[in-house]
Every structure is written in C-alpha cells, then in structure tokens.
Design a binder for this molecule. Structure first.
Ligand code: NAD
Length: 487
C-alpha cells in the first residue's frame, strides 16, 4: 500500500498533553507547511501555569506509579510495549509528522520511526542491567555507590528530526526511572503529542510523559526555570543552549545535557574509494536538505582527486528527487520555513561576495514550497561565511589540501566540534586523525550513524556538553549517592 496521502485530510492533535490527556488550547503561532507554504495550524504557547501543571502531573505520576522504584524489568516491559505500538501506528505517526515537518513520509516509516522504536527498546534494556556498585573499602565498613533517577526531567527538542529527537530524550530518561516534561519545537510539535498518547495506550502511567507546546522564550524558559525540574536535556542551536545555561544559572543550578550546533568536515584522501566517498558526502549534505546537526558540510579533499570527486558528488546530488513530504517517492526535503530559506540564501550570497564560486545551486528551487537547490561552493577561505556559519541547508563547501597537516588545519572550526568524516585506505593515518580531530564523532569511510545505538553522540567545544545515545545517555539520567556504613 502506498504511504502517500492528502495533507488536507489529516486531523491534528492541537493542545498540550498533560496527565495522560490532550488539553486543548488556542493556537497562537501560525504554522505553514514547508512543502507548499500553506497555512495549516496554529501552535499554542504554554505559559508558567501550564508548565507548572505539567510538572505537577509528572511528580504525581512518579509518586502514584512508583516508576523509579518498581522492579526495573517492569519499566523495560512497558517501554517495549510503547515501542511496539509506535511501530504498529507508524503510518498515522508518519502522516502527522510529514504534514508539518521536512521529513518525507517514506523516510519516516523506514527510518525515523523504526529507528526510534528500536532506540527505545535499546534504552529499556538498561533498566534492569545497570545498577549500583559496591565500593572497595576495609573490612570494618561497607561503601556503596547508589544509582537513582533524578525525578522530573525537562526536555527541549529542535524541529529537524522531531520524532528521533523526542526518542533520544524520552527513551533514556524513562528507562532510568524519571518522568519527563517535553517541549518540542514550535515548528513541528504534533508528533510528540501523538507519541505521548501512544505511551499511555501502551500502558505507561498517565503523567509520566507530558508535552507542553510553545516557543523558547516563554515556554522553554518556564520549563528550564522550574524548581522541580531536576535536570535539563536540550538539543538545538548553540545560541539557545547558551540562553538556557544563562537562565539555569540565574534561576537555580541543575545538571544539563546540551546537544548543540555543528559545522562538520569530511576529509577525503586520494587513496580512498572515491565513489563510496561521493555517495556518503552527497547523501550527508542532501539528507533532510542539509538540516541535520551532523551534516558534513565542509569537504576537504586531496588536491590530486578534487576534480574527480567533485564531479561525482555533483552527479549524485543532481539525481535527488525533490517533492512534497507527503509523497512516498520524495527523496529531497524542503527547508523548514521561508525565513530559514532566506537565511540559507543570504549566507550563500555572502559566501559568493567573499570570493566563493557556486559550482551548482545557489538559489531557490522553482516550486510552491520552501525548496533550495543543493549547492556546491568552491574557492572558499577559512573566514568565508560558508565555512564559518552553521547554514542548516543543502550547502557544501569544497577546499583542497596537499599534506595531512594542511587537512587537519582546515578541518578545525573555531566554535564547533560535533562530527567529522575521514575517507582513506591507510590504517595508521586513520588512527592519527581519530586522535587529532577535535570532534565528538569520527566516521571513517562512512558518514552516518549505525543502527546499533551504542555509540554515544555529543559535541566537543561549543557543540555541546554530555552525550545522547549509548550507555552514557542512560547514565546521564541517573545520579549517584555515596553510602558508607561502619559495620
Ligand atoms: P533552536 O535552538 O532554535 O530551537 C531548539 C529548541 O529550543 C526549540 O524547541 C525552541 O523552542 C527551544 N528554545 C529556543 N530558545 C530557547 C530558550 N531561550 N529557552 C528554552 N528553550 C529555547 O534550534 P532549531 O532551529 O530548532 O534546530 C536547529 C539547531 O539544532 C541546529 O543548530 C542544530 O545543529 C541543532 N541540533 C543539534 C543536534 C545534536 O545532536 N547536537 C541534533 C539536532 C539539531
């Protein structure tokens, strides 16, 4: 059966999800579909009162269900049931998401939703396998490092992969025994409401997941300031991450995980499999139209193969099929909003004004939605805006090098260190680069995550603090207490 659908026929859950129920609310912020620019809904904006209600509901759910204190396997089983239901309802969830976001429906079902369900199962399995430790002490005493949940976690997510980002936050926090108040992005908030509804239908206690809709300054600030929010888990821009740190410092110290922006390099040596490298690089810069934190947007290629590699990338990106997110065959996404598309275009123009040369693209696509042409810019120096700015669009810069030292110097960014890619057949060089690249992730001869979920993700420098995914993400949702007993 085709996954394509008519976006005008899909009912959306508009409101907040508190204590296991949809609380309807007036929309305050107009929303337009990225695929055709049509106004389709308005996003409500929760204030302090509603955030307070959501936090109270989370606290009450923890108390009534004893979620943090039940036999851990009970948490595992409940989370597995939620993941199963998410997969069973994948088509409905995908339609809600594809309607309003940049994610094509086909990629949602095969990718975002399937992977998120699997990640929730991955985290669920930690609940009864990771625990407290005995400390080595003398015979006359017993030392314990007790591991406990925080309580209520406040999570804030961006718009670029709304289901995956919600899953990254909810999976480990719930498995670790916490409740969550989640504020999804005001641009793509509806899939999180449906995920929360599915959790209740799957048997998770009502109130364990609460979703408040709204913007950053009002709703986000109310959430991060709340005295009963024990930990903040944020994914978004470095700018908003700084604002959150400032607000938390002002309103009360609490632990934070911050997954922030990036400007990741992909370094290609002449001995690499160039066809494989071209496929990975073209894929990374066109996937979700470059609107990914880890998008490998800076190609740094050995001079002797630069023309060959660039020609191959050009051929591959031109073959991408754009289309509305509600059509199954769509491969290439629109930009999230008209404003963001204008920003992408502004940086491309500034890059050209600073001496850059567009090999392809460099302007809007002729279509109703907010599409931007995949763009390759060459002749760029380190201070060029296309090298410095996180563009968050389908723009790849091309720089060349002749020595390893030159490649390393070009790959370094003054602010960001999220991910990096290296393509080479030389094992010793791989290790040298893995040691010296200043990034939280180094992908070698590939540019994508595995579906194993065990490798943590997170940034160096201003790309963030702490990790999502992996064992680290589970442990980041528990705190430890030292207990020392004199016998
Ligand atoms: P954004 O920072 O504008 O918004 C992210 C979320 O933060 C939204 O829900 C927003 O409402 C909220 N927010 C904004 N200001 C806030 C404030 N002062 N207090 C509390 N909440 C606030 O980011 P975006 O445009 O939605 O997403 C794109 C950014 O996210 C890019 O920079 C991208 O690199 C980053 N990102 C990082 C990762 C990662 O894993 N490192 C993953 C995805 C996206």
């Amino acid at each position: 059966m085709s996954l394509s659908f008519n976006p005008d026929t899909i009912p959306l859950p508009v409101g907040h999800f508190i204590d296991g129920e949809l609380v309807s609310a007036e929309g305050a912020m107009e929303m337009r579909r990225p695929s055709d620019g049509k106004s389709y809904a308005a996003c409500p904006v929760a204030g302090v009162d509603l955030v307070d209600r959501a936090v109270e509901s989370a606290k009450a759910a923890l108390k009534a269900s004893n979620w943090g204190g039940v036999r851990p396997r009970e948490r595992t089983k409940a989370l597995h049931a939620w993941a199963d239901l998410m997969e069973a309802e994948a088509q409905t969830l995908a339609r809600i998401e594809a309607l309003s976001s940049t994610r094509p429906v086909g990629q949602l079902v095969a990718g975002d939703i399937a992977v998120t369900a699997e990640q929730i199962r991955f985290f669920a399995e930690f609940a009864d396998k990771e625990g407290s430790e005995l400390a080595p002490t003398d015979d006359a005493s017993l030392g314990m490092i007790m591991s406990e949940p925080y309580g209520v976690v406040g999570a804030i997510t961006p718009w670029n992969f709304p289901i995956s980002m919600a899953g990254w936050k909810l999976g480990p926090a719930l498995a670790a025994g916490n409740a969550v108040v989640l504020k999804p992005s005001e641009m793509t908030p509806f899939s999180a409401l449906y995920m929360a509804e599915l959790a209740v239908r799957a048997g998770l206690p009502s109130g364990l997941i609460n979703v408040v809709l709204g913007d950053g300054p009002k709703t986000g600030t109310a959430l991060t300031s709340h005295p009963e929010i024990a930990k903040v888990s944020f994914t978004g821009s470095t700018r908003a991450g700084s604002a959150i740190m400032e607000n938390v410092a002002r309103t009360g110290v609490k632990p934070m995980t911050l997954e922030l922006g990036g400007k990741s390099p992909q370094i290609v040596f002449a001995d690499a499999d160039l066809d494989k490298a071209a496929t990975a690089i073209a894929g990374s810069v066109t996937f979700n139209a470059g609107q990914a934190c880890v998008a490998g947007t800076r190609l740094i290629v050995e001079k002797s193969v630069a023309d060959r590699l660039t020609a191959s990338i050009l051929e591959k990106i031109k073959a991408m099929r754009p289309g509305p997110t509600w059509e199954e065959a769509t491969q290439y996404s629109p930009i999230i909003s008209e404003r963001q598309r204008a920003r992408v275009d502004g940086i491309v123009r500034a890059a050209v004004a600073a001496g850059g040369e567009c090999l392809t693209g460099g302007t809007f696509m002729e279509s109703r939605g907010y599409f931007y042409q995949p763009t390759l810019i060459t002749n760029v120096r380190q201070h060029n805006p296309a090298i410095v700015e996180e563009i968050f669009g389908p723009v790849l810069t091309v720089q060349t090098f002749e020595t390893e030292e030159e490649a390393l110097a070009l790959s370094s960014h003054p602010a960001y260190g999220l991910a990096s890619g290296l393509f080479t057949a030389d094992l010793s060089r791989t290790i040298r680069f893995a040691r010296r690249l200043e990034a939280g992730t180094v992908w070698v001869n590939r540019y994508s995550r595995s579906r194993d979920h065990i490798l943590p993700t997170g940034g160096y420098k201003r790309s963030g603090i702490g990790k999502d995914l992996g064992r680290e993400a589970y442990l980041a949702n528990r705190r430890t207490k030292s207990v020392l007993i004199t016998l």
